[in-house]
Design a protein around this ligand. Sequence first.
Ligand code: FE
Length: 211
Amino acid sequence: MPHDSPNDESSKNTELPDKMAIKVKSLETLLVSRGLVDPAALDKIIDFYSNKVGPRNGAYLVARSWVEKDFASKLLSDPTPVLKDLGFNGRQGENIIVLKNTSKIHNLVVCTLCSCYPWPLLGLPPSWYKSDEYRSRSVIEPRKVLQEFGLHIPKETKVKVWDSTAEIRYLVLPMRPEGTDGMSIDELSVLVTRDSMIGAGYALTPEKISE
Ligand code: FE
């Protein structure tokens, strides 16, 4: 199963699986031809979430949670007011649940039906997240799928898969990497990859960044 590595933000991410691309295109054509959707407005929305938001908001939340315990507990127990205060709410992010990865539990997020994803926190989903293969296999054999992403989850760590819906989207707080003591929120946020906030990756170590 091919996956994009955390550092590989290549054009592969923008490609939809063939079947889905055709369905989306047909739907778009229909909506535009009936005057229900303005293609320019659609382009603006896509540009906003793919280029202006991206995964930066999510990375900030993770990095701040690593540094500020109070912030982390608020984010985990009741994220809605925290996200609202920061302006990280809105379309496709109305109800967010934040999940914390630890040495005891590893959370992985999927949308088995389509591609529900927390847009205001992570931007638009990568192509693998929308693929039939990921959507079906991650619930059946999550450890194997994680292995293919390069994650070897110890046997004693429980793997929990969360199925997103139109109502509920998830954000994973990855574990803080070793060797990051004393780093600022800004420095830490560079280590937080998009995949780590889906549960399909680990946050990077500072050594990895300087490679
Ligand atoms: Fe969905």
